[in-house]
Write a protein of this length. Structure first.
Length: 149
C-alpha cells in the first residue's frame, strides 16, 4: 500500500512538472491558449526589416498593442512589407503616425514602436503607415567605423 501511494505522488509530481514546462514554454514563445481578440491589419514598408520576426511585439508608449503577422518583400519597391495586426481596442491611432523599428536593450529583440501623429483621421484596416524608420544595425556601424567609412 505504501509503495502504491508513493507511485501516485511521484506520478502527480511529474504531471505538475509537465504542466509547468508547458506554461513556461507558452510564456516564452509569446503563444497563448486563449483565442485572439478582434484585430485589424495595417502595413509598414521598411528599407531594412533587420531582426523583426513574425509574432514580434508592436507597442505604443511602451504598451503592447499588437503583433507582427508576416514580413514579405514588396516586388515593386523591393522593400520589406510588414503586416501588423493591431488589437481592435486601439482603433483610434492617428493616420499620420509612424512605425519605427526599435531594439529592447543593447542586443535585445527588435520590435515595432508606433510614434503617434496628430491627424484627426485614424488608421483603418488595410492602411499603410505614413512614415517608417528602420533600426540602426550595430554590426554595420562597427564595420563602417573599423573600415573608416
Amino acid at each position: 500500500m505504501a509503495q502504491r501511494t508513493t507511485e501516485i505522488i511521484v506520478g502527480l509530481f511529474m504531471v505538475a512538472g509537465f504542466v509547468a514546462l508547458l506554461f513556461l514554454a507558452l510564456q516564452v514563445s509569446g503563444l497563448s491558449l486563449k483565442p485572439a481578440g478582434d484585430t485589424y491589419t495595417v502595413y509598414a514598408d521598411f528599407n531594412d526589416a533587420g531582426g523583426l520576426s513574425p509574432r514580434g511585439k508592436v507597442s505604443m508608449a511602451g504598451v503592447s498593442i499588437g503583433r507582427i503577422r508576416e514580413i514579405t518583400l514588396n516586388p515593386k519597391t523591393f522593400q520589406a512589407r510588414v503586416a501588423i495586426d493591431i488589437d481592435a481596442a486601439y482603433s483610434s491611432i492617428p493616420a499620420d503616425s509612424s512605425a519605427v523599428i526599435r531594439t529592447s536593450g543593447l542586443l535585445g529583440d527588435q520590435y515595432i514602436d508606433i510614434s503617434v501623429g496628430a491627424d484627426m483621421e485614424a488608421l483603418s484596416d488595410g492602411d499603410d503607415f505614413y512614415e517608417t524608420q528602420f533600426a540602426m544595425n550595430l554590426e554595420r556601424l562597427i564595420t563602417n567605423f573599423a573600415s573608416g567609412r
